[in-house]
Design a protein around this ligand. Sequence first.
Ligand code: IDP
Ligand code: MG
Length: 139
Amino acid sequence: MSERTLAIIKPDAVKKNAVGDIINRYEQAGLKPVAIKMIHMSQSVVEGFYAVHKARPFFGSLCAFMSSGPAVVLVLQGDNAIKKNRELMGATDPAKADAGSIRKAHGANIEFNAVHGSDSPETAQFEIGYFFPGMEIFS
Ligand code: IDP
Ligand code: MG
């Protein structure tokens, strides 16, 4: 079933010039970018995006990281896009991520882990709407 997911190429990956490699991996896996932009998120934009993690000990540090520089946000569309993207990304901790995954290739540690991907249809819907109005999504 074709579905959509939200991906973010985080500020660490933008800084290391990994944007092209990561987008190429999406396309090669059949995940088509149908919306894309570069944004420098403010602290409050990150806090709203990661509101589900507000109680976690790493929340403050995560918000500082995500607002530390520009990031690339994308909507990816394809069969089983949510699960497929989570597989491409690899585990949250790059040290535990599968060989060949994006986080294994570009992540430094459990925080600076290069990419974000929605984890369910409900979060995908919220996250896509958080960054993109319908008229900026092309399918
Ligand atoms: P996910 O990105 O694999 O879905 P989540 O548990 O949703 O992982 O965490 C969101 C983000 O918060 C992670 O991608 C990572 O950047 C950061 N994070 C998660 N766990 C930790 C931690 O234990 N220490 C520091 N940062 C963390
Ligand atoms: Mg998550």
